[in-house]
Design a protein around this ligand. Structure first.
Ligand code: AMP
Ligand code: MN
Ligand code: MN
Ligand code: MN
Length: 283
């Protein structure tokens, strides 16, 4: 049995988490984790602060990012980039584009909510987000706080999720573009939470994963808060069979999501998985 554990999927206030990057690292130490990756959506802004705190506390740190890709609904495809260089110019350019895509979408969501009689405006949303990357969880948190819904989950079910009353899509990268971006920035690309692809059969899942492998993806997120043990076993076999590295994490978002740092649906991620990815990043 492994005795040391890591969390390779976490969010901070740089995107849609509620703890500052250094606070996520300090919580990782409190949770006895030996390693951490910060995987904020569409931004590397939190990485310097997290890296410095990890160094100070003696925790292994992998700088990372999570990018949403175009994919047919009701599925969603997110790619993780591990070991990216936060100073990569291609990444900087693409992050500007991704934030612009959010800036196009978010006011549409807010305008529709107002049409539905909800008192909300973009200034409040910007304040809730407190930074560059504004996401639907920031809007959801306002809906909860004002009593329009009882929970974040209900905010998505009723208003913000795919097909709900105030859902608007945003422009996304293709998986090919995202993988190329991650690799050009020195990173290892991993498919996040494959359960969210919403594939209906195993052969469909294998086809999608094989397609990503052919595009240069190197790892599969096997352990995740949305994966029960049967799924973890299934994805482990798939990764091993396809020669993909394994990764995992809680998808911690602080108060915005009810998951504990370091624990994904009762499972923990062995530090060896992080060591292997780190070794590949360095070569
Ligand atoms: P965005 O990137 O702005 O489109 O927002 C997507 C984010 O919303 C995801 O990264 C999750 O943090 C959160 N999210 C998506 N679906 C749900 C849901 N059904 N319940 C709660 N949070 C969700
Ligand atoms: Mn999120
Ligand atoms: Mn995701
Ligand atoms: Mn995530």
């Amino acid at each position: 049995m492994p005795s040391a554990f890591v969390d390779l999927h976490t969010h901070s206030t740089a995107s849609d988490g509620t703890l500052a990057p250094a606070e996520v690292v300090r919580l990782a130490q409190k949770a006895n984790l030996v390693g951490l990756a910060l995987t904020d959506h569409d931004t590397v802004a939190g990485l310097p602060e997290a890296a410095a705190e990890a160094e100070r506390l003696g925790i292994a740190f992998l700088p990372a990012i999570e990018i949403s890709c175009s994919y047919p609904p009701p599925g969603t495809m997110h790619l993780l980039g591990y070991g990216i260089d936060p100073a990569s110019p291609v990444l900087a350019k693409m992050m500007r584009w991704l934030v612009e895509a959010r800036d196009e979408r978010n006011p549409k969501v807010v305008a529709r909510l107002r049409e539905l009689g909800i008192a909300i405006d973009m200034d409040e949303v910007k304040q809730e987000a407190g930074g560059q990357v504004i996401g639907r969880p920031h809007i959801a948190a306002i809906l909860v706080r004002k009593g329009y819904v009882k929970s974040m989950h209900q905010a998505f079910a009723k208003y913000l999720g795919i097909g709900a009353a105030a859902y608007f899509d945003k422009e996304r990268l293709t998986s090919r573009q995202a993988i190329e971006l991650i690799r050009q920035s020195g990173g290892v690309a991993a498919l996040a939470h494959p359960v969210q692809l919403a594939t209906r059969t195993d052969s469909e899942l294998r086809r999608v994963v094989k397609g990503l492998l052919d595009q240069g993806m190197q790892a599969l997120e096997v352990i995740h808060s949305d994966h029960d043990r049967a799924r973890v076993d299934h994805y482990t076999r798939l990764a091993d069979r396809m020669g993909l590295l394994k990764t995992g994490g809680s998808d911690f978002h602080g108060d915005y999501k009810g998951v504990e740092l370091g624990v994904a649906n009762g499972q923990r991620v062995p530090r060896e998985w992080m060591d292997v990815i780190t070794a590949v990043v360095r070569t």
